[in-house]
Design a binder for this molecule. Sequence first.
Ligand SMILES: Nc1nc2c(c(=O)[nH]1)N[C@H]1C(S)=C(S)[C@@H](COP(=O)(O)OP(=O)(O)OC[C@H]3O[C@@H](n4cnc5c(=O)[nH]c(N)nc54)[C@H](O)[C@@H]3O)O[C@H]1N2
Ligand SMILES: Nc1nc2c(c(=O)[nH]1)N[C@H]1C(S)=C(S)[C@@H](COP(=O)(O)OP(=O)(O)OC[C@H]3O[C@@H](n4cnc5c(=O)[nH]c(N)nc54)[C@H](O)[C@@H]3O)O[C@H]1N2
Ligand code: SF4
Ligand SMILES: [Mo]
Length: 694
Amino acid sequence: MEKSVYSMCFMCSIRCPIKVTVKNGQVTFIEGNPKVAGIDGSLCPRGSAGISLLYDSQRLQSPMIRTGERGSGQWRKATWDEALDYIADKLKAVIQKHGGQSVALTERTNLSTHVSKTLLKAIGSPNHFTHDALCKGSVNTACRSLFGYTDAQMGIDYKNSKHIVMYGRNLFEAIAVKEVNGLLDALAAGAKLTYIDPRVSITATKAHRYWMIRPGTDLALNYALIHVILEERLHDAGYVEKWVLGLNELQDFVQACTPEWAEKETGIPASEIVALAREMSKDKPSVIFHFGYRGAHHANEIYLRRSILILNVLMGSIEAKGGIFFKKGPGEVGGKPARKLTEQKFPAIKVSRADKVGTKDFPLPDPDHGVPQMLPQAILNEDPYPIKALFVYRFEPLMSIPDSNLTKKALDKLDLIVTVDINYSDIAWYSDVILPESIYLERTDCVQQANGQKPQMFLRRQAVPPRYDTRDWAVIAKQIGERIGIGEFFPYKDSEELVRWQLAGTGFTLEDFDKSGFVAYTDKQILWDRKDGLKFKTPSKKIELKSSLLENAGFPSFPPYEAVPNYRGNQFRLITGRNALHTHVSTQNNAYLSELMPENVLWINSERAAALSIKNGGLVTVASKNGSGQIKAFVTDFIHPDAVFMLHGFGHQAQLAARSYNKGVSDAMLEESITDKVGGSPALHDTIVTVQAA
Ligand SMILES: Nc1nc2c(c(=O)[nH]1)N[C@H]1C(S)=C(S)[C@@H](COP(=O)(O)OP(=O)(O)OC[C@H]3O[C@@H](n4cnc5c(=O)[nH]c(N)nc54)[C@H](O)[C@@H]3O)O[C@H]1N2
Ligand SMILES: Nc1nc2c(c(=O)[nH]1)N[C@H]1C(S)=C(S)[C@@H](COP(=O)(O)OP(=O)(O)OC[C@H]3O[C@@H](n4cnc5c(=O)[nH]c(N)nc54)[C@H](O)[C@@H]3O)O[C@H]1N2
Ligand code: SF4
Ligand SMILES: [Mo]
């Protein structure tokens, strides 16, 4: 018996639409959903390795309760009832003693985030954290400061673009399949790609123009580009006049930021900066300055992201074909979105967030997401109140929050740590109870509201039943809720029933997804009229270069540029990133992927390596204020002398994940916890390390 199931990949959180072939109850093939335009059957290497995850005997197979010290790896198998009762008893005790706010939950934003939020709201805790700030919090704040929309409400029209500029947006390795295909289509149609990175990534090798920028200086480059554009009147004057507030202030501010000034800071020749500004202007408005995820993570990240967005604004590319657009929801065509459990009525929460987001100490990061790198400090200082229980769902605080040793210290103060994972992650290993979730091929998930130029909904469907004693998070959360007296907030029996509850009132049913994995509210692309139909959500209803969001909170719109120091001797700036074969910290133990790439290495510039007697392939010790590790050197001309680079995601410590145990070094162990206090992101690239032959 053979069947095809339309679903969504979850080997990373991009959620590409997939088609799964199931023969006699076994998954035999996974491909990109051929019915989705822009995917057309393609998948990335990690997506293909989903089969190896499904049949992996090293993944979590049943609930576990810790029997030895935290982190000692001593466990006993438990039944679900035992594990859930254990959690409920501890949780009730914590809530009784310290109040509901003492319970925190961290997760990577996912389709069941409304379920997790419901659990916390019903308990009376504001302390729900997503990964967002760690990934792109300052991008989010930058977008809100200019347009009143979050970055998640904005999309990029690669396909129709004529010139795309990427600041370390290493799209051909840090993959999202539809975006990669869109960029490839644009390049095939003659678009240009300019790529800027201190390291020659795969994307750099495909670009028409590549600049090996001195790390951390992109902001100087952008101020010079803006300088040239305004000086030479290269901007879209009609668009700017109609939609923009603060052009004069911007012009005054960039007066001194000449290309010659930027050349000294960035290492990029002034003449080339001028050439790029002129080229982009010729192709405007169908141009994109990519606003990133995390090309450069510094303490002034928000101002870099604003400068990139401002370049788009000057080109008039916001809501232009081949530019950046605002995602349209079902409301644009009279449709209704899927319901969320968080729409229910909850008791009011009277305390502020433990990370202080939304208070005068930390006013601007998005309170919908919080700032996870502040959680360890909040736990350690019990400021503003104690946090005593932590749920970790589909997230890895020990490897995804900078300064792992500090995080560990904070975890030691907790009365209860529960991790819901699919793997023996380091955080699972450090927990009191591990709850195993069914993997994406084994479960139906909540509805994905896919807003865009055409609003749609996608669904992840169960392809095969769970191989082991695992459950879906929506069900696990409900079963915990029932045990602590908040069961009424979870009005469903299983995930399918929850999906039906979500779809009620949308005009679509669960069965409507069978044919192709998605439903569409309309066939037509929606673009607002750039002459008079743009709907900005700022207080002025304009694009605010001079931002009321920032200035009302006491932050400048255009702070002076601070020069970036050089590093010499045995000192380097540590930079990190991704590779096409792994997802963050999730896939290092995958049988296929670990064979293809078992460990990370340290990229180091040839001349600097020679001066330190470091040989290609030789072992080096890399050390920061926080810790040190030994790693193989990759000696190359393809990285700027100021920086060393390592892939994120290695250095796992959980022994039962035997393929990844102790392989390579963890960047999070080395990184200092420094935060952009305006935007909310951690400055992951502001750690200085020393490197020496081991
Ligand atoms: N030091 C450092 N920190 C970083 C980054 C960095 O480069 N360096 N990058 C940042 C970025 S951009 C991001 S997006 C975040 C990502 O941070 P995380 O979300 O923490 O990382 P992931 O590797 O995506 O997944 C974390 C955990 O989810 C588990 N998991 C995977 N699939 C499932 C599932 O179906 N169910 C359940 N229950 N668990 C599952 C994995 O086993 C893993 O333990 O990290 C950020 N933090
Ligand atoms: N294969 C794969 N694909 C993924 C993911 C994954 O884990 N694996 N994760 C997804 C997620 S959640 C995210 S956030 C995206 C991340 O997507 P990207 O942000 O495109 O990916 P990174 O690899 O984090 O990019 C970091 C790049 O920035 C460069 N860089 C470092 N410092 C500087 C600097 O000062 N200036 C400039 N211009 N560049 C600098 C680094 O050398 C590196 O090449 O990828 C997504 N896609
Ligand atoms: S980018 Fe790759 S791993 Fe991520 S969802 Fe798409 S196919 Fe899966
Ligand atoms: Mo991310």
